[in-house]
Design a protein. Structure first.
Length: 95
């Protein structure tokens, strides 16, 4: 951690200690700030989870399409082989 970061952290700790009331609890403002921060983190996590879910859905769709394309390629290769045999047989018959 850099020197500036450590100083900031130390200052923040001192501020937090200074804002503790006689009851030994943090001020209402700090509790609200903490709640806002937790809410923001929760929102960010929910968005990240949604992005991850969508990525998985797209990946699944792409894999399905790729599988269909590979199957179609095999089918067309088979048709090409059969048609080549027919062409050869026709050429042999005409010779």
């Amino acid at each position: 951690m850099c020197l500036i970061c450590r100083k900031r952290e130390k200052m923040q700790k001192m501020k937090n200690l200074g804002s503790i009331g006689s009851s030994g609890r943090f001020s209402t403002e700090e509790c609200e700030d903490e709640d806002v921060s937790k809410s923001a983190i929760s929102t960010l996590q929910a968005k990240e989870e949604e992005i991850e879910r969508r990525k998985m859905e797209v990946k699944e769709r792409v894999e399905l399409q790729l599988g269909r394309a590979e199957e179609e390629t095999r089918r067309l290769a088979h048709i090409w082989e059969v048609s080549s045999m027919f062409r050869k047989n026709i050429c042999d018959c005409l010779s």
